[in-house]
Ligand binder design. Sequence first.
Ligand code: KG4
Ligand code: ZN
Length: 331
Amino acid sequence: MNILGIESSCDETAAAVYTPDGLQSNIIASQAIHEQYGGVVPELASRAHHKTIWHTVQQALNEGSITLSDIDAVAVTQGPGLMGSLLVGICFAKGLCLSRNIPLVGVNHMDAHIYANFIDDQPEYPLVSLTVSGGHTQLVHVTAPFEHELLGQTRDDAAGEAFDKIGKILGLPYPAGPVIDERSEHGDPSFHDFPQAMLDNDFEFSFSGLKTSVKYFLEDQDNREEFLKNHLDDICASVSHAITEVLVKKLRNAIEHTGVKTVALAGGVSANSMLRRKAEKLAENTGCNLHIPKLAYCTDNAAMIAITGSMMTQQKLYADMDMKPFANLKA
Ligand code: KG4
Ligand code: ZN
């Protein structure tokens, strides 16, 4: 089936086409407007989605050399995400499906991050995914397509959220994750020992204390500006070290607990260089095959929605026309 995928859960309006021959196009319109506010403003996000969605879908069809009349199903992010933003994508997708009398597929955004690993690759089941994004941090045991067992997740901030909030404290632009990543490459990860929380718990995470400890650490310096100027790279590297150590230690616990031989990283934070290196070493030490999506498929995109939609159509997992968005993950 030829699938049109649409993603609008947060601040990227994205569309992609996936056919039996693979991914044909992947278009992302990022919303620069949020930078000046240091985070995503939900009302502005939905307005921007509304403004760009038609053009983004047209671009995806053009680049995929396909017309709307050759699309067999529309897959759209159902949640989790910002309610207003999700509604724009869902209403648009429903309109397309109704006008062409083709099926609608409602995709879970977190599942899609995991299945982004299947765009260029064929990971074997069962696998454990460390899904790390701006809104979620989860360890998921995937025994077969859409057979997921949640092993654990964060109790407060997500890993990406920790990068972004700490970046704000350090005066870095939003989203700070990629900037901290880049600066970390030039800094000393052992410059300061920031806390690694909840190491006594196997699969759960907590990152809000780290943010507070960075704040107090800076307040303790006599000349904060001068200190930051001289040591920004070192602080970034130490923060990255603290976050990635916890992620990789818990990933090791999950591998040992489940006995899997396949490991996947997923979500925006899987673009992180230090995390990628540490995960590679872990895979080597545990004899696992490691899968990490291409950078373009780590952060939010519609290619992952389209491929997940394609896998769902194979199992006839279609949605009704009264499908509703969900802002939070279902229990
Ligand atoms: O998956 P994603 O694009 O959106 C959500 O579903 O949340 O993830 C976005 C998050 C942001 O917090 C961003 O700072 C983080 O991923 N991120 C990174 C890197 N690239 C994106 N964090 C650390 N290092 C990176 N290279
Ligand atoms: Zn995401």
